[in-house]
Write a protein that binds this ligand. Structure first.
Ligand SMILES: *Cc1c(COP(=O)(O)O)cnc(C)c1O
Length: 392
């Protein structure tokens, strides 16, 4: 018998859940920002300086990216029309994959529609029922979902606890077919880095594969912006590296890089690649333009590092001294939202992050720095923070 759910019973059940969220100070609402110009946006009809985006190099509103899209659109490269494996593959996709592989010093790259899709596509393709995945406790939600979807045994080790990871690997010797260690290169809410040298040593010692989600490292870390693996000088030793095109690259989409065999395998087995329409080729053109800027303008990374150091040292936040994700712990979600709103009234946007994005009791401001911030923008952030944090 098919149970039919009336709209009103659905609505009342969901409204009750929303009310619970509301009472806990955890209900979320959309707040459209318009007219992004570098780090300056318009929100609620007012100008604000954005310290909450992941547009680390200020490329999201770069006219060169927009021009690349316009040029591709003149050739009507908008809708791909199908999945890549059917008839949706376009020379602009292939060109971007070639350029990304070359940039990352990898044999090959594969594009995905987003970072979320890359993770939920690649990880279940690499590990399944007879396998085990070791995951850092603070891994991104998309990695957590990917691990669940894989149906592998998932073992979560405490954040950055390498000894704990090694103990788990040791205890599991011989019990599983494949072993995959999955971590963020740069943790999205804390801004700290996973020590990849130790990771590769442990993985080699215990014969495990390594998967690094470098959503926040790509384009930013390393002398050439190749990301966490360049920063730690382990580029040839990580088995699978995922990076996004929606953060430092300012566009949308994501990719996985690794060996030719890995990419051929994912192209066959990653369901979030196989069963989805290819992203608009025009966006691949924009990402190619972004990649040229990432490679050709190292001064953007230098400026980002200087801006971040300045804010970090003024606030006394520990962590990598030029880390571009700066958490300011507040604790309760109500207080965090209040501080966020007071900053917004002063024309400063910061992330006000609460559960389930971060663990209970660790609500925080998440301040993100961009190369597009001017000295004056930074002064205004620090002045507003001093005022608001003193009062709260
Ligand atoms: C943002 C993010 C993702 C998801 O990337 P999208 O392209 O936004 O879907 C995955 N992993 C981490 C660590 C992220 O911060």
């Amino acid at each position: 018998m098919s149970a039919s759910v009336t709209a009103s019973s659905l609505d009342s059940a969901l409204a009750a859940d929303l009310a619970t969220l509301d009472r806990a100070g955890l209900r979320r609402v959309l707040r459209p920002t318009v007219r992004r110009r570098g780090a300056h946006v318009e929100i609620d009809g007012r100008e604000a300086i954005d310290f909450s985006s992941n547009d680390y190099l200020g490329l999201a509103s770069d006219p060169r990216l927009a021009s690349a899209v316009v040029a591709a659109l003149r050739d009507r490269a908008l809708g791909a029309g199908a999945a890549r494996l059917i008839s949706g593959d376009h020379p602009l996709h292939e060109a971007l994959e070639r350029e990304l592989a070359e940039f990352k010093k990898a044999e090959a790259a594969l594009l995905f529609g987003s970072g979320y899709l890359a993770n939920v596509g690649a990880i279940p393709a690499l590990a399944g029922r007879r396998d085990v995945i070791y995951a850092d406790a603070l891994n991104h939600a998309s990695l957590i979902d990917a691990c669940r979807l894989s149906r592998a045994e998932v073992r979560t080790f405490p954040h950055l606890d390498l000894a704990g990871l090694a103990d788990m690997l040791d205890a599991d010797r011989g019990r599983f077919r494949r072993r995959l260690i999955v971590v963020d290169g740069v943790f999205s809410m804390d801004g700290d880095l996973f020590p990849l040298c130790e990771l590769t040593n442990i993985a080699q010692a215990y014969d495990a594969w390594t998967y690094v989600d470098d959503a926040h490292g790509t384009g930013v870390l390393g002398e050439h912006g190749r990301g966490s693996a360049e920063h730690w000088r382990v580029e040839s030793q990580i088995d699978v590296i995922m990076g996004t095109l929606g953060k430092a690259f300012g566009v949308a989409g994501a990719y996985v890089t690794g060996s030719r065999v890995l990419i051929d395998y994912l192209l066959n087995r990653a369901r979030a690649f196989v069963f989805t329409t290819a992203q608009p080729p025009a966006l691949a053109a924009a990402a190619s333009a972004a990649l040229r800027i990432v490679q050709g303008e190292p001064e953007l990374r230098a400026r980002l590092g200087r801006n971040a150091s300045r804010v970090r040292s003024a606030l006394g936040v520990p962590g990598p001294s030029n880390g571009h994700i700066i958490p300011v712990l507040i604790g309760e979600s109500d207080a965090t939202m209040r501080v966020g709103a007071e900053l917004r009234e002063r024309g400063i946007l910061v992330g006000a992050v609460r559960p389930p994005t971060v663990p209970l009791g660790t609500s925080r401001l998440r301040i993100t720095i961009s190369a597009a911030h001017t000295d004056d923008d930074i002064e205004r952030l620090l002045a507003a923070l001093a005022e608001v944090l003193l009062r709260s």
